[in-house]
Write a protein of this length. Structure first.
Length: 291
C-alpha cells in the first residue's frame, strides 16, 4: 500500500515531468545556440550536481529505512534502463543503419559497441580498488592501505563516469531532445543515489558536512565523462553510433552489476522492482514529452 511519503514523491515526479514539458520550447531555443561540446559538458555537470541535491536531506535526518533505500535504487535503475534504450541504443541503431544501409551490419556495429562498453567497465572494476556499501571491498581493495572513504569515492566514480560519458555522447546526434532527456534521466537517478551515498557515509561515522562533501565530489566525475564523450563525437562524427553503443554497454553494466543486485540483497525485491517500473515509466514519459 502506498504511504504518504510515496504519494508525495509520485506527485513531485508528476509535477517535475509537467514542468519539463512546459519549459522545453524555451529551453530548446537557448540550447540550440550551444555546440555539442558545450552541451555535453554543461548537461553532464548539471546532472552530476543533482547528486549533491539528493544529499541535502542528510542535514535534517540521519538515516533512511533499507526498504526506502532499495525502492530508490530500483527507481534509479529503471530510469537508467529506459534512458539507455531510448536515448542510446535506438539512436545508435538508427544512425548505424542509415550510414551502413544494412540492418545486419548495423546490428553488428551496435552489438559490438555495447559489448565493448560493458567490457570496458568490467575491466575498470577489476583494476581499480573500490568498495561498495553493500558488497564490501572489491578488486583487492584494502581499507588498511587506502582510506575507506576513497574506496567509496572510487566506486561511485566508476558508476558516474559512464553516465557522464552517455550524456556527452547523447548530444552528438541531430535530435537535441535525446541528449536533454538523457541528462534529465541521469539527473533524476542521481538524486536518490546522492541520498543513499550520503546516508551510508554517515553510518560509517562521517559528519553531515563531510558526507555531503564526498557526495558532491562523486557528482563532479560526470562532467569529466561528458567532456570525453562530447569531445570524441565532435572530433569524429563517424564515432557517434559507436559512442552511443559504447555508453549504452557501460550503462547496462552499471545497472546489472551494481544497482539491481544491491537493491535485492535485503529482501525488498518487490519494492525495488516497483521502483524499476516507476523509473522506466517516468523516463519514457519524459522522452515522449520532449519529442
Amino acid at each position: 500500500m502506498l504511504n504518504a511519503g510515496m504519494l508525495l514523491a509520485l506527485l513531485a515526479l508528476a509535477v517535475f515531468v509537467a514542468a519539463t514539458g512546459a519549459i522545453w520550447p524555451a529551453l530548446q531555443v537557448w540550447l540550440a545556440d550551444l555546440s555539442t561540446l558545450q552541451l555535453g559538458v554543461l548537461a553532464s555537470f548539471v546532472a552530476g550536481m543533482f547528486t549533491a541535491v539528493g544529499a541535502i536531506p542528510i542535514f535534517f535526518l540521519r538515516r533512511i529505512s533499507r526498504e526506502v533505500e532499495d525502492t530508490l535504487m530500483g527507481f534509479g535503475a529503471g530510469v537508467m534502463l529506459a534512458a539507455t534504450a531510448f536515448e542510446l541504443v535506438l539512436p545508435a541503431a538508427a544512425i548505424a543503419e542509415a550510414d551502413l544501409g544494412n540492418s545486419w551490419l548495423a546490428a553488428l556495429l551496435v552489438g559490438t559497441g555495447i559489448a565493448l562498453g560493458g567490457g570496458f567497465l568490467l575491466a575498470l572494476h577489476r583494476l581499480v580498488p573500490h568498495e561498495h556499501f553493500v558488497t564490501g571491498p572489491q578488486s583487492g581493495a584494502d581499507p588498511k592501505k587506502i582510506r575507506r572513504v576513497w574506496l567509496f569515492v572510487f566506486a561511485i566514480a566508476l558508476h558516474n563516469l559512464p553516465e557522464g560519458l552517455a550524456v556527452g555522447v547523447g548530444f552528438g546526434g541531430e535530435d537535441l531532445s535525446d541528449g536533454v532527456a538523457l541528462a534529465i534521466g541521469i539527473g533524476l537517478q542521481n538524486i536518490p543515489e546522492g541520498l543513499v551515498v550520503a546516508v551510508a557515509l554517515m553510518t560509517l561515522g562521517y559528519s553531515r558536512l563531510a558526507a555531503f562533501g564526498v557526495t558532491l565530489l562523486t557528482g563532479l566525475v560526470q562532467p569529466v565523462g561528458g567532456l570525453i564523450g562530447a569531445g570524441a563525437v565532435t572530433l569524429m562524427e563517424m564515432l557517434l553510433p559507436w559512442g552511443l553503443a559504447f555508453a549504452a554497454g557501460a550503462m547496462l553494466f552499471v545497472i546489472s552489476h551494481e544497482i539491481i543486485p544491491e537493491s535485492h540483497r535485503k529482501g525488498h525485491e518487490g519494492k525495488a522492482t516497483f521502483g524499476v517500473l516507476l523509473g522506466f515509466i517516468v523516463m519514457l514519459t519524459i522522452d515522449m514529452v520532449l519529442d
